[in-house]
Ligand binder design. Structure first.
Ligand code: ATP
Ligand code: MG
Ligand code: MG
Ligand code: MG
Length: 485
């Protein structure tokens, strides 16, 4: 089933169940001081849950463009390394605002997956909240009993508070979730691991596809829970993951959401994407291709929604995502000229029917990306010359951390690239000194405000705390990542 049909069938199904279909909200939020990017389907509806606004319909469904690159939901480090977390992805969702509740939500989810999409029941698992006495939240017996009528009990997994309980913040609406997971392991993979299920155990082919949140409580300031006067349903299903299941492949990148982009990258760069990498070299190239195919979507959709790359706020996040893609190309695909901008054409041809903004803003997107590529590639070129000088002038095989930091801080030259080049020349980097310089600089620029981690208080103040531009594993050089301070 083509991805376009997957999306359409989801919306048609919920329309047939009385839902109003609404367009995606922009990926970039302009009027919410607490959140830079939409990171879930529900963000645009939060005022309805808080009772501050009335929805046009008590039943709504849509597909939402989401970006998870900062704050509470930051998947960036996984992107490209794994095959099912993206920066930008679509979240299919259905909502009940004080209308239907668990019985309908669960039965419809099951009907859609097993009767409309015809996913075999024996590859599905569901999870139910197990309860948590300390936090005063009960086991979700109601959901368990509903699932029991649909699926064998040994396929119902009990989940903990982290995975199966949603709350808006320390106070406010909250409730248990039921997630649906799919086991798409091959027979060989199954033979390797015995046991009941690998749900939430990070097996790359046992993947969460749909989260159903049942908002039934209000947490009061004293920590106690009361039943909400009206109960709500909020669901989110990863579109690209669903396509992976329905197209019978084991990676989101092997679905028609990504293959046109990957073919184009192969065509432009001459690199080859292999479905199963057979050695480290192939895997590095695969990762780079996945990173670029993923990131061009995030960047193009953000520009189309009005967020240009810049040096501050949301614009800086976008710039860093694009630079990450450029650097992967530069290092692993040997691309020394701008090329990512060319992918906008492919993206627009593929997504333009569902998201007309990507078609109408195509020229802007590709011009902006080309300019960014030009300027960052110049930085990389300059940095290479400076690094050569450092190497020539050094009498030691261990290169000064202070010099490397200067290159990184003043010239924007990625530190992992420095490390990689040094290691290729049989030299190494004084990591401790680099870290110490970095630490000093962080202390200088540390924002006074505390990072909040609620669903609506995500971003803004955490820009300097996690450097998302560079990471190291694929260069096989051990350097500490900079995560939250
Ligand atoms: P995971 O545990 O896989 O990180 P999650 O529990 O963080 O997912 P939810 O917040 O429950 O995800 O979002 C609802 C659905 O959105 C998930 O079930 C999944 O299918 C999809 N999803 C979440 N994060 C991503 C991502 N980074 N890329 C693609 N799909 C995603
Ligand atoms: Mg997650
Ligand atoms: Mg999860
Ligand atoms: Mg989840």
């Amino acid at each position: 089933m083509k991805s376009q049909d997957v999306r359409k069938q989801f919306l048609d199904f919920f329309e047939s169940k009385g839902h109003l279909i609404v367009p995606s909200a922009p990926i970039v939020l302009k009027n919410d001081p607490t959140l830079m990017f939409n990171n879930s389907g529900m963000a645009q509806f939060k005022e309805y849950f808080l009772g501050n606004a009335t929805p046009k319909s008590k039943r709504i469904a849509d597909t939402q463009k989401c970006l998870r690159v900062s704050g509470k939901h930051n998947d960036l480090e996984e992107v490209g390394i794994d095959t099912y977390h993206h920066t930008m992805f679509e979240m299919l969702g259905n909502w009940s605002f004080g209308d239907y509740f668990k019985k309908e939500a669960i039965n419809w989810a099951w009907e859609l997956l097993t009767e409309v999409y015809k996913i075999p029941k024996d590859i599905l698992y569901v999870s139910v909240f197990e309860g948590n006495a300390e936090e005063n939240v009960p086991f979700d017996q109601e959901a368990y009993d509903i699932w029991k009528t649909l699926i064998d009990e040994d396929r119902i997994i009990l989940g903990n508070k982290k995975d199966n309980f949603w709350e808006m913040g320390d106070q406010g609406p909250c409730g248990p979730c039921s997630e649906i997971h799919v086991d798409i392991r091959s027979a060989e993979e199954k033979a390797l691991v015995s046991g009941k299920s690998l749900v939430n155990n990070d097996h790359p082919h046992v993947v969460e596809i749909w989260n159903n949140v049942f908002m039934e409580f209000n947490r009061k300031a004293d920590g106690s829970l009361e039943k909400l006067p009206a109960q709500h349903v909020d669901t989110g299903m990863g579109f690209e993951r669903l396509c992976m299941v329905l197209q019978g492949v084991q990676s989101n990148y092997d679905t028609d959401v990504f293959t046109p982009l990957i073919r184009e990258i192969e065509l432009i760069t001459g690199a080859k994407y292999t479905i199963k990498a057979s050695n480290e070299e192939e895997e590095k190239i695969n990762i780079a291709i996945r990173v670029i195919a993923d990131h061009v979507r995030a960047v193009a959709f953000s520009i189309a929604d009005g967020q240009l790359p810049s040096n501050t706020g949301a614009g800086y996040v976008i710039r860093r995502i694009l630079r990450r893609a450029i650097r992967y190309g530069f290092t692993f695909l040997n691309t020394k000229e701008p090329f990512i901008y060319k992918l906008v054409e492919t993206l627009s041809a593929q997504m333009g029917d569902s998201f007309p903004e990507i078609k109408s803003q195509k020229t802007l997107c590709s011009n902006v990306i080309r300019e960014e590529e030009n300027s960052f590639l110049r930085t990389l070129d300059q940095g290479l010359v400076l690094l050569e000088n450092i190497i020539t002038n050094s009498k030691d095989t261990v290169i000064s951390g202070k010099k490397a930091f200067e290159l990184f801080d003043t010239y924007g030259f990625p530190i992992d690239l420095t490390a990689l080049i040094l290691s290729e020349k049989g030299l190494s980097l004084d990591e401790a000194a680099f870290e110490s310089e970095l630490q000093k600089q962080k202390e200088r620029s540390r924002a006074a405000s505390k990072v909040k981690a609620g669903d609506w208080q995500d971003l803004i103040d955490d820009e300097e705390q996690e450097f998302i531009g560079y990471d190291y594993t694929e260069a096989k050089v051990k350097i500490t990542r900079y995560r939250k301070v």
